[in-house]
Design a protein around this ligand. Structure first.
Ligand SMILES: [Zn+2]
Length: 149
């Protein structure tokens, strides 16, 4: 008989190699309060690759494109595994996007995107530490300034 770890999920998604300090930001993106199956969140685990990392396992949930794009911005080195029948059926590395549209709020209160119905747009100008620049007002923002819509 197969032994199952407590945290194993039958079907769902595992996000691994999340930079530890981004783990709970990723949790926010995923809106896990609507998930009815096992959710396991671990942070500050030792990782050879990144120093400290976080892992999130979510039973019964597969991510939409929008969620994947948001996670790619905050945790571009994370990996995304899709689990079916306790096995990894698909494993993808995320990649930092070049531009980010629609889901980040510009932190400049005078920016046109905060006053008119315009989709926000940012250019990624540095990956690590993360720096993005607003397409409209050209204000640069770091990861601490980023508020997701
Ligand atoms: Zn702006």
């Amino acid at each position: 008989m197969k032994q199952l770890k407590v945290s194993a999920i039958r079907e769902g998604t595992v996000i691994d190699h999340i930079p530890s300090d981004m783990t709970f930001k990723v949790v926010e993106i995923l809106k896990l309060d609507s998930v009815k199956e096992i959710i396991s969140v671990a942070a500050n685990l030792d990782s050879k690759k990144t120093g400290k990392k976080g892992i999130i396992k979510i039973g019964g949930k597969f991510l939409g494109e929008d969620e994947v794009n948001k996670i790619a911005l905050l945790a571009p080195i994370a990996t995304l595994s899709i689990i079916k029948d306790f096995k990894v059926v698909e494993k993808n590395k995320l990649a930092m996007p070049k531009t980010v549209e629609g889901f980040v709020k510009c932190f400049n209160p005078n920016c046109v995107t905060n006053h008119e119905e315009i989709k926000t747009k940012f250019h990624v100008i540095n990956q690590s530490p993360l720096k993005i620049r607003c397409h409209y007002c050209e204000r640069a923002m770091g990861s601490n300034d980023i508020v997701l819509k």
